[in-house]
Ligand binder design. Structure first.
Ligand SMILES: NC(=O)c1ccc[n+]([C@@H]2O[C@H](COP(=O)([O-])OP(=O)(O)OC[C@H]3O[C@@H](n4cnc5c(N)ncnc54)[C@H](O)[C@@H]3O)[C@@H](O)[C@H]2O)c1
Length: 172
């Protein structure tokens, strides 16, 4: 869960736990994780879901090396990544769009767009080994123009190697 120390991300983390997630790793910035009200909310979550592993990691989603390192660590801690939710995001600061300085706009793109891509593609690589993803299929039209539909295994569509189940291989 990126940007999960407060707000929508925190609520979504709670939602996953309510629906039986065995663990969640929250990525967020250090000052936000350290903020007292966020720390208290996290403690309360651990009390409410004592059987779940609820972890936090200080990660700036724009930092490619940190994203790689902490997603690898999260897989070690939880066993697999079955779901990635990317709530880390910022806005331009409230002024009229017509006046937003370009450095602010570029920072929004860095966090909201590039940060999301970095997390998604790194997690996807680990997701190939997740039983959850290997059992997920998408239904798609064939590439041969026949208009027929067929099933693709989702981990294969994402770029993983086909495993034991022979399925059509298509990259997105
Ligand atoms: N709340 C809304 O009504 C609403 C509406 C539309 C879109 N959004 C978007 O949804 C997302 C979540 O909204 P929210 O209301 O919970 O916002 P929020 O500010 O409460 O939460 C965003 C979280 O992302 C974290 N974050 C920011 N930059 C980061 C970075 N570089 N690396 C890691 N974490 C980072 C923040 O520390 C914060 O905890 C945001 O992208 C927001 O723009 C929210």
């Amino acid at each position: 869960m990126t940007g999960g120390a407060r707000g929508l991300g925190f609520a979504a983390a709670r939602g996953l736990l309510e629906h039986g997630a065995s663990g969640v790793v929250i990525f967020d910035l250090s000052d936000v994780i350290a903020e007292n009200s966020n720390k208290l909310a996290l403690q309360a979550l651990r009390v409410e879901f004592p059987a779940a592993k609820i972890l936090t990691q200080v990660v700036d989603v724009c930092d490619e090396e940190a994203v790689k390192e902490f997603i690898r660590l999260s897989v070690n801690q939880l066993g697999s990544i079955d779901i990635l939710l990317t709530f880390a995001g910022i806005a331009t600061g409230g002024g009229a769009t017509i006046d937003v300085p370009m450095h602010q706009w570029k920072r929004v793109l860095d966090v909201n767009l590039t940060g999301t891509l970095l997390c998604a593609r790194t997690a996807a690589k680990y997701g190939f080994t997740s039983p959850c993803l290997q059992n997920t299929y998408i239904y798609d039209k064939t590439d041969d123009g026949s208009g027929k539909w067929r099933l693709h295994r989702f981990d294969v569509v994402l770029g993983g190697e086909p495993g034991a189940v022979p399925v059509p291989h298509r990259r997105i």
